[in-house]
Write a protein that binds this ligand. Structure first.
Ligand SMILES: [Zn+2]
Length: 111
């Protein structure tokens, strides 16, 4: 458990509105593992509004959502899940290669 370890100053930015489960009608990208969310797949859609009035929204695939739900207590920052997992659970870069999703390894140029 991270127990509110995933927390940062940005967390308090703006107002969180809601998170709802949606079925993708077109291809999206997961904000955590950067893998595609294909049409027909379920994902979590979260949205809110910044203090300056701009809206923000992020999409999380089912897998990352479940991992986040089971690991994170309290506040977190969207898009920081795997960073936190690497920081708290991985001994080193080689260890991270066995734990992080392939899509992220590619995006982070770990391969
Ligand atoms: Zn994901």
């Amino acid at each position: 458990m991270f127990d509110s370890c995933i927390y940062g100053e940005h967390e308090t930015e703006g107002t969180f509105l809601r998170e709802v489960k949606r079925k993708a009608r077109k291809r999206h990208k997961c904000c955590e593992c950067v893998a595609p969310i294909e049409p027909g797949e379920w994902y979590q859609h979260a949205e809110g509004v910044y203090d300056d009035g701009r809206f923000w929204s992020v999409r999380t695939c089912e897998v990352c959502h479940r991992i986040r739900k089971s690991l994170v207590r309290g506040s977190f920052i969207y898009g920081e899940l795997w960073n936190a997992i690497e920081e708290y659970y991985c001994k080193d870069r080689e260890d991270a290669k066995t734990m992080l999703p392939p899509t992220l390894l590619k995006a982070w140029k770990y391969e």
